[in-house]
Design a protein. Structure first.
Length: 271
């Protein structure tokens, strides 16, 4: 399974009363350029001007101007069939990988956990109303849950969301709720989930975001004592029985503690 939900436009509650019209236009142009880049995926590595116009609703002249600017910066590359990711992205890709790649010891622990429990292991970090997968070790079983590293998932449901939202402000919870299918009334349910996860030290979800999908998650705590990431096991609900969940929680807590004790920091920020 793959999900990639990218936010676009300004966030609710943005105060731009102090910005000039030209500044606002500049922000819109940047967002539009990012929206165009977001159209490129593994399933669609090349996108045409017509497809960009249809997907964004922008005028063709605007699209041509934006892709020309992106091409000049090396962020897209013109081909006979349209535009593909450009070589200029390698610089950011290399920087992101070196900054967020987990230490070899952590990756080894993830491999061992996936092999022992035969479910997919993920590490997520929060990003506003989304959670981003920064590391994964797939289950060895044919029927398994898979998201791609870099994918963004919503925060309005799911075991990892319940863990990551523990210290969320009321304003953030309200925005998460508004992004859900349930609207603002979902805040109360979110708070109940968050409180339960805080008391238990872990969170469980069954079919909250997708039918037949379950997950168990625990927090990874940073040096300041705040939750900086979540470690999870996920897979088909039929395999997430109560006895197995107890075993999953024990393994996840042990591994998360080791990650927290050694200091969970991106490789690029370690000294």
């Amino acid at each position: 399974m793959r999900s990639a939900n990218s936010p676009s436009g300004g966030q609710p509650g943005d105060d731009r009363s102090g910005t000039t019209e030209s500044e606002q236009q500049g922000v819109r142009s940047v967002q539009r350029a990012l929206d165009i880049l977001a159209l490129l995926t593994e399933e669609r590595p090349v996108v045409s001007v017509r497809e960009i116009v249809e997907a964004t609703g922008l005028a063709k002249t605007t699209v041509i101007r934006l892709v020309s600017t992106l091409e000049q910066s090396g962020l897209v590359w013109a081909t006979a069939g349209g535009y593909m990711a450009g070589p200029g992205l390698w610089r950011w890709a290399h920087l992101a990988r070196s900054s967020w790649e987990l230490p070899p010891e952590t990756k080894r622990m993830m491999r061992e956990l996936a092999a022992r429990r035969r479910e997919t292991v993920n590490v997520y970090v929060p990003r506003d109303i989304y959670r981003v997968c920064i590391a994964q070790q797939e289950s060895p079983q044919p029927l398994r849950h898979v998201v791609h590293v870099g994918d963004e998932l919503p925060m309005w449901a799911g075991a990892t969301a319940k863990v990551l939202l523990r210290d969320a402000s009321p304003a953030l919870l309200a925005r998460v709720a508004r992004s859900s299918p349930y609207g603002e009334s979902h805040v109360r349910r979110l708070q109940e989930w968050i409180d339960e996860a805080a008391v238990q030290g872990f969170a469980v979800s069954h079919g909250e975001r997708e039918d037949g999908l379950s997950a168990v998650a625990v927090p990874i705590v940073g040096r300041s004592g705040t939750i900086v990431a979540a470690l999870s096991l996920s897979g088909p609900t039929l395999r997430f029985t109560e006895p197995r969940i107890v075993e999953f929680v024990a393994d996840l807590k042990e591994m998360a503690k080791r990650m927290s004790d050694r200091g969970f920091e991106p490789v690029g920020s370690q000294t």
